[in-house]
Design a protein around this ligand. Structure first.
Ligand SMILES: [Zn+2]
Length: 143
């Protein structure tokens, strides 16, 4: 087998590293944090990842899974904490209940804005109050 080199710095000191928890850009997402174990070659010096065609396929699948997993988690967190229905949450997000159900189950991938909004609602209870279409106390947050 031919010795591989780092595409960035040319080093031959490469080792397989688990990429779980690391951020990767994906589609319109600036960064998706991997929730799955994924071992790929990485440069020991500059930490550049050396991806084969097969790695790219595996990475893409892992990113798709990570987005789905996080989306489901955000939705569960919001529904449990706020004791609200999926219909109510869909209204706040400005999406249809069908679409919310599809992204919750992972059948569809949310766009980055919907994903980011869910992430905010899941992590900040105050943002949930502000997201109420009938809320008049503050300027409504842009979706
Ligand atoms: Zn390197």
């Amino acid at each position: 087998m031919k010795t591989k080199r780092c595409g960035e710095c040319g080093s031959k000191e490469l080792s397989e590293k688990n990429q779980r928890g690391k951020p990767f850009p994906w589609r319109e997402y600036p960064a998706v944090f991997l929730t799955k174990d994924l071992r790929v070659l990485e440069c020991d010096l500059c930490h550049n990842q050396i991806l084969s065609g097969n790695d790219v396929t595996r990475l893409t699948q892992a990113l798709v899974d990570s987005v789905s997993e996080n989306t489901g988690m955000f939705i569960e967190t919001i529904l449990t904490r706020e004791k609200c229905s999926q219909i109510e949450l869909a209204t706040r997000l400005g999406v249809t209940p069908e679409y919310l159900s599809e992204i919750k189950s992972g059948r569809k991938q949310p766009g980055f804005q919907t994903y980011n909004f869910l992430k905010t609602l899941a992590s900040d209870p105050k943002s949930f109050i502000v997201s109420d279409p009938n809320y008049t106390g503050e300027q409504k947050r842009a979706v």
